[in-house]
Design a protein around this ligand. Structure first.
Ligand SMILES: C[S@@+](CC[C@H](N)C(=O)[O-])C[C@H]1O[C@@H](n2cnc3c(N)ncnc32)[C@H](O)[C@@H]1O
Length: 245
């Protein structure tokens, strides 16, 4: 069941999300678009952190996103992308009009049954659905400790937010791959990143301050972060590929 309060928390941010959230590695997009594609739709596109990889891989890129502030950042950043306000349960795109649909870090917010039917409607037969999630590397003790403080559901799920399934209605599972990469990030940017996470966005001021203080203690104590201004943060990007039946 999707938590509507958490799902709508992104309505409050835009530029901070774009500035502080990690991007995605190009190979993650290339796995889904191995040859140049005609038309690709990025659903739940946010500020365009995954969308921005697509113009190099497809002739026509469409972005659909329900949060106006997030979409405003995307429009300013990617003026050549066709951008629409909309959601996965009612996609403002014609039947059978796209070759690939990508969903980065957003599928877990969708009403799965309704969204799958809508994605199948807009995809041409045999088209690709790609689900992508960045998650923390379980071997990174300080990042895992921060997740346990501020995003326990993710930490408990062994670092992954993925809610991909072997079978989705109307789709055949093709393959899953992991892309491992490292982001160089300052302590200040790492802390700001947490303020863009849904659990922080909906928390009361006191609870948010407590979580920040606890994460700062982790960074002060872990041997990999203690006394340093910048860190090497390992990130794992999961890519799940499905084919429309
Ligand atoms: C964690 S953000 C990911 C944004 C972007 N794809 C990225 O990876 O940076 C989740 C996005 O899903 C959007 N979202 C939430 N519910 C949605 C729905 N039902 N349909 C489409 N997008 C939705 C939010 O507005 C938000 O922009």
């Amino acid at each position: 069941m999707v938590d509507e309060v958490l799902a709508k928390s992104f309505e409050r941010i835009g530029s901070d999300y774009d500035r502080y959230r990690p991007g995605f590695p190009t190979p993650a997009a290339e796995l889904l678009l191995p040859q140049r594609s005609g038309s690709v739709l990025d659903l739940g596109a946010g500020t365009g952190k995954f969308t921005e990889l697509l113009p190099g891989l497809a002739d026509h890129v469409i972005a659909v996103e329900p949060s106006e502030p997030m979409l405003a950042v995307l429009r300013a950043k990617l003026p050549h992308v066709e951008a629409h306000l909309g959601n996965a349960e009612q996609i403002p795109v014609a039947d059978g009009s796209v070759d690939v649909v990508t969903v980065a870090q957003a599928f877990h917010w969708f009403d799965r049954e309704v969204a799958c039917a809508e994605i199948a409607r807009v995809l041409r037969p045999g088209g690709t659905l790609g689900l992508i999630w960045n998650h923390s590397d379980p071997s990174c003790t300080w990042d895992r400790a921060a997740h346990r403080i501020a995003h326990p559901a993710v930490a408990d799920a062994d670092g992954t937010t993925s809610s991909a399934a072997d079978e989705l209605p109307g789709f055949r599972f093709v393959a899953s791959e992991q892309v491992r990469w490292t982001e160089r990030i300052s302590r200040a940017a790492y802390l700001k990143r947490w303020s863009t996470v849904s659990t922080f966005l909906v928390a009361e001021d006191d609870a948010r301050a407590e979580m920040f203080a606890a994460i700062e203690r982790v960074l002060d104590e872990d041997p990999e972060t203690r006394g340093r201004a910048t860190y090497d943060l390992p990130i794992v990007t999961d890519v799940f590929e499905y084919r429309r039946r």
